[in-house]
Design a protein around this ligand. Structure first.
Ligand code: AMP
Length: 511
C-alpha cells in the first residue's frame, strides 16, 4: 500500500465527504484527489522519477496536495521547516539536490539569492500577489506517471536537529503507511471524528493527516498553532480530536478562553513529541473532561510507535501516578527493546534497567540520506536505536528517562534532565523549565535550571533549589538557576537544549 492509495480509497468510499477544512473552505475527498492528480502530473512533467521536490510553507492546502502528489508521481518530497534560516533551507536543498521548489512567496524570496548555482530548475509559489501554483497545476500534460512500489522512497524528512545537524530520514511509502496504521490501531479513530492538525506538516506529526484520511475523516488545518485560533476553530468545526505538543497544552492551560465549555466538543487530546510534565498533565485532565492519549515516536519512525491510552491516564490520576510518567506500550505493529546504550551490538538489559530504547517494525525508516555512517550507527539488525534512554516494567510499559545526549554527568553520577524538570514543575511559580548541564571544574558538570516564571507568582533561585531538595538526591539539585523570558523551542515545541546550553553559558558569564 502506498501513501496515495489511502487517499484513493477514501475518495472511492466517500467522494463528497470533507477531507480538509482550511481558511473557511471545505475540500472534499474527490476535490483533493483531483488536486493531487494535477500536481502529480505537473511535477512529473518538469522532473525525472526519483527527483527531490522541496516544499517550503506553513500548513496550507498546496502542502496537503504535495503530501500525496509528490510520492504519487514517484518523486521524493523534502519538506523544509519554515522556521529555519534560509541558509539551512539552502543546505538541505543542496544536500538532496532538489530540482523543484514549491513554497510561500515570502519564504521563497528569502531563499532565492541562495539558489544561484543550485540544482533547482523550477520554482513555484503558492501565495502572494502573483502565485504560480494555480497555473502550474491548472492543466498539466497527460504524462504517464510511474507506479511506485511501497518500498520506494516517499520523503526525505530532516530531523529537527535538537542534538546536532539535521539528518535526512528516508521514509518509504511502506514506513509512512505503517506508522499511520500503527497509530490508528494504538489510538483508534471514531467514525465521526473531526481532527485539528496543530503540528506543522513539515514535522513528522503531520502524518496525522494520513491517519484521518485513512478513515475518510476530515482534518482542520491551521497555518501554525495559535491558542486563539485553536479555540475558535474547535468551536466552529466541533473538533473532536487533536494532537498537541506539551507547550501547546501549557499555552491552552494558561489561556482564559480555553474553558471546558469552549472545548466541550473535544473527545481526545493526544500529546507527544516531548515529555509532558505530570503536573501539567494533571492540570489539563482536571480542566478538560476529555480523554488524553500519549504518543512516543520520532522522525525515523514516520510517527509514533508507543501509546498510552485514556484508561491508563485515568488510572494514573486516580491512584497509579507512575502511569503519568510512562510513555505507554508499543502499538501492535512495533516492538520495543531496552539495550545497552554504550555497546555497538544490541545487548538486552533486564526489565526495570535503564538503557537505550530500540524499536522494530515496518515503520522504521530506511536510513539517513547519503550518510552510511549515521545509518549504520542507528539501524542495527533492522532495529532503530532511538538515542533515547528508557526502561520497561513488568507490565510492558515504557518510561522515557531522557535523551542520551541530555543526560548530565555530575561527579560521576548520571542525572536525567527530565527527572529534575518534572520535580521543578511542582512549584506553582514555574511556568516552564528546562535543565541542562554546565561545565564545572570540580564536578565535571553541574545541573542548571532555566526557568520561565508564572506571572504573579514570585519565585527566586533559592526556592527553585528547595523544591529539588525536597524530592531529589542532592547531586541532582540545580547549582545554577537562571530566569529567562522564554525557552528556545523548535516547531514541534521541543526545547533546543544545544541552544539553551549556549544561552545559559552566556548568562552565567562563561568564558
Ligand atoms: P522528532 O524526530 O523531532 O519527532 O523527535 C523525536 C524525539 O522526541 C524522540 O527521540 C524523543 O526524544 C522525543 N519524544 C517524542 N515523543 C515523546 C514522548 N511522548 N515523551 C518524551 N519524549 C518524546
Amino acid at each position: 500500500m502506498r501513501i496515495h492509495d489511502l487517499l484513493l480509497r477514501a475518495t472511492v468510499r466517500s467522494p463528497d465527504a470533507p477531507a480538509v477544512l482550511v481558511d473557511g473552505a471545505t475540500v472534499t475527498f474527490a476535490e483533493l484527489s483531483d488536486r493531487v492528480d494535477r500536481l502529480a502530473r505537473a511535477v512529473a512533467a518538469v522532473t525525472a522519477p526519483g527527483d527531490r521536490i522541496a516544499f517550503l510553507s506553513e500548513n496550507t492546502l498546496p502542502f496537503v496536495d504535495a503530501y500525496y502528489a509528490v510520492p504519487r508521481a514517484g518523486r521524493v518530497l523534502v519538506p523544509l521547516n519554515y522556521r529555519l534560516h534560509p541558509s539551512e533551507w539552502a543546505d538541505q536543498i543542496a544536500r538532496t539536490r532538489a530540482t523543484t521548489l514549491i513554497g510561500e512567496t515570502a519564504l521563497v524570496e528569502a531563499l532565492r539569492p541562495r539558489l544561484d548555482g543550485s540544482t533547482v530548475r523550477t520554482v513555484v509559489t503558492i501565495d502572494g500577489p502573483d502565485p504560480t501554483y494555480d497555473a502550474f497545476t491548472a492543466d498539466p500534460p497527460m504524462v504517464d506517471l510511474p507506479d511506485p512500489t511501497d518500498a520506494d522512497l516517499a520523503w526525505v524528512l530532516f530531523t529537527s536537529g535538537t542534538t546536532g545537524t539535521p539528518k535526512g530520514a528516508l521514509l518509504t511509502h511502506r514506513a509512512m503507511v505503517a506508522a499511520a496504521t500503527n497509530t490508528a490501531l494504538g489510538r483508534p479513530v471514531a467514525p465521526d471524528d473531526v481532527y485539528l492538525l496543530a503540528f506543522a506538516l513539515c514535522h513528522v506529526a503531520g502524518y496525522n493527516l494520513l491517519i484521518m484520511h485513512m478513515h475518510a475523516r476530515p482534518v482542520v488545518l491551521v497555518r501554525r498553532f495559535d491558542p486563539d485560533e485553536f479555540i475558535a476553530l474547535t468551536l466552529a468545526h466541533r473538533v473532536s480530536n487533536t494532537s498537541l505538543a506539551p507547550t501547546m497544552v501549557s499555552a491552552l492551560l494558561e489561556h482564559p478562553d480555553a474553558t471546558p465549555s469552549a472545548l466541550a466538543s473535544l473527545r481526545q487530546i493526544a500529546y507527544g513529541s516531548a515529555a509532558v510534565p505530570a503536573e501539567v498533565l494533571r492540570r489539563a485532565m482536571e480542566r478538560w473532561e476529555c480523554d488524553f492519549a500519549q504518543g512516543y515516536g520520532m522522525t525515523e519512525l514516520g510517527g509514533n510507535a508507543v501509546f498510552l491510552g485514556a484508561a491508563e491516564h485515568r488510572r494514573g490520576v486516580a491512584d497509579e501516578p507512575h502511569l503519568l510518567h510512562a510513555a505507554g506500550r508499543p502499538g501492535p505493529l512495533a516492538a520495543v527493546r531496552i539495550v545497552d546504550a554504550e555497546a555497538v551490538d544490541l545487548i538486552d538489559l533486564p526489565i526495570g534497567t535503564t538503557g537505550e530504547i530500540a524499536v522494530h517494525g515496518p515503520q522504521v525508516f530506511a536510513g539517513y540520506w547519503e550518510d552510511p555512517e549515521a545509518t549504520a550507527a542507528t539501524l542495527v539488525d533492522g532495529w532503530l536505536r532511538t538515542g533515547d534512554l528508557g526502561r520497561l516494567d513488568t507490565e510492558g510499559l515504557l518510561t522515557i528517562v531522557d535523551r542520551k545526549k541530555d543526560i548530565i554527568v555530575s561527579g560521576g553520577e548520571n542525572v536525567a534532565s527530565r527527572e529534575v524538570e518534572e520535580v521543578l514543575h511542582r512549584h506553582p511559580g514555574v511556568l516552564e523549565v528546562a535543565v541542562v548541564g554546565v561545565p564545572d571544574d570540580h564536578w565535571g558538570e553541574v545541573v542548571c535550571a532555566a526557568v520561565v516564571t508564572r506571572p504573579g507568582v514570585p519565585i527566586d533561585a533559592e526556592q527553585v533549589i528547595d523544591v529539588s531538595r525536597q524530592h531529589l538526591a542532592s547531586y541532582k539539585k540545580p547549582r545554577h538557576v537562571v530566569f529567562v523570558e522564554s525557552l528556545p523551542r523548535n516547531t514541534s515545541g521541543k526545547v533546543m537544549k544545544h541552544v539553551l546550553r549556549e544561552q545559559v553559558a552566556e548568562l552565567l558569564g562563561a568564558p
